[in-house]
Design a protein around this ligand. Structure first.
Ligand code: SF4
Length: 338
């Protein structure tokens, strides 16, 4: 797939004091992509007064903003890891169901932080004062870091940093496939990569501007051969006509691609599609033609305005996937179904 190229770039003035801020400025000026210096990465002036939700979303998703992360504190990230490690927010993909895109509101532009050395120093301090034997950090709680790796190179700094940490581990998750720059890094098994996978139907209909199922599986094969611990997030699991065939095809291709699939230690996280009434309204405004099903036919209310599949449907989905995974990857650990 083609790597993200913004249509416009905003750079916070302070970000120019950092090498990455300068590099981003020079790179996009050379490419004749409009670059504007701004006061704060939190305040973007789009230059137009009346923008519909859809217009604002389209503008934001094609905009790169480079800024300095001022808050170097670490928020908890249950259940994925102990803490979030935020080096960017949002991402260039347009997954129609995306929870992150819905919660970011107008700040859904692709923001990258340029002060990575300061972030690494703060991470080191946090690890040193942690009373846990192993402290874990999630790099993908606010973005898909691989989606902007060609712009930031952040993973190429984070992975060797964590390789040297006896008491800390990094986790990342992606829907992208541009893994080549990280294959030869020294990682010491301290970074776990998870690929977010789905059937062709879900990816083709609802995950615009991400890598295809085949590209992600091929990238997973490369990551496995590079010796990284690895896992898969199957999400959002959807019921549609032919879903069993779609998920079987995906798991069989994965089985064919991975080395020693019967003995490899993998993790699987299974998350069914869910939505809130608020997210549904945002999605329908941004994607008026969406084919996402918000039908209440096989749904139940989970509280706080959230809807998931009803228990019979969820039971069928869970059992089908558990059986398939156990058959193809007997050593894999299914961490949860939710
Ligand atoms: S790749 Fe992840 S963060 Fe980006 S739009 Fe899709 S679901 Fe959201």
């Amino acid at each position: 797939m083609k790597l993200f190229q913004p249509k416009r770039v905003f750079i916070e003035e302070r970000a120019l004091d950092y090498p990455l801020g300068q590099e981003i400025k020079e790179r996009y000026e050379l490419l004749d992509i409009p670059v504007k210096i701004i006061e704060s990465h939190n305040r973007i002036d789009w230059g137009k007064k009346e923008l519909s939700k859809k217009e604002l979303f389209d503008l934001a998703k094609s905009t790169l903003v480079a800024g300095v992360k001022k808050t170097l504190k670490f928020q908890p990230c249950y259940p994925s890891a102990d803490y979030r490690l935020v080096t960017s927010t949002s991402c260039p993909a347009r997954c129609e169901y995306c929870y992150l895109s819905a919660t970011l509101g107008s700040a859904v532009y692709i923001r990258v932080y340029v002060n990575i050395e300061e972030l690494l120093a703060a991470t080191q301090k946090h690890i040193d004062k942690s009373n846990k034997q192993i402290t874990t950090f999630e790099a993908s709680s606010s973005s898909d870091p691989l989606a902007v790796e060609h712009i930031t190179g952040h993973l190429q700094q984070l992975i060797p940093f964590f390789a040297q940490q006896p008491n800390a581990r990094l986790r990342a998750v992606t829907k992208f496939a541009n893994v080549d720059p990280i294959l030869n890094l020294k990682h010491n098994g301290h970074t776990r990569f998870r690929f977010s996978l789905n059937s062709d139907y879900v990816i083709n209909n609802f995950e615009q501007a991400t890598a295809s199922m085949r590209e992600r599986i091929e990238a997973a094969g490369k990551i496995q051969r590079a010796g990284y611990p690895m896992g898969f997030i199957l999400a959002p699991l959807m019921i549609y006509e032919g879903w069993k065939d779609g998920y079987t095809e995906m798991l069989e291709l994965l089985h064919k691609t991975l080395y020693n699939p019967e003995t490899v230690e993998l993790t699987f996280e299974l998350i069914m599609h869910r939505f809130t009434t608020r997210a549904k309204n945002i999605i329908q405004a941004r994607y008026p033609e969406t084919k996402l099903s918000f039908s209440m036919k096989n749904r139940e209310h989970k509280g706080f305005g959230k809807y998931v599949y009803d228990s019979d449907t969820a039971y069928e989905l869970e059992n089908f996937l558990r059986d398939k995974i156990e058959e193809l990857f007997p050593q894999a650990k299914i961490e949860y179904f939710t």
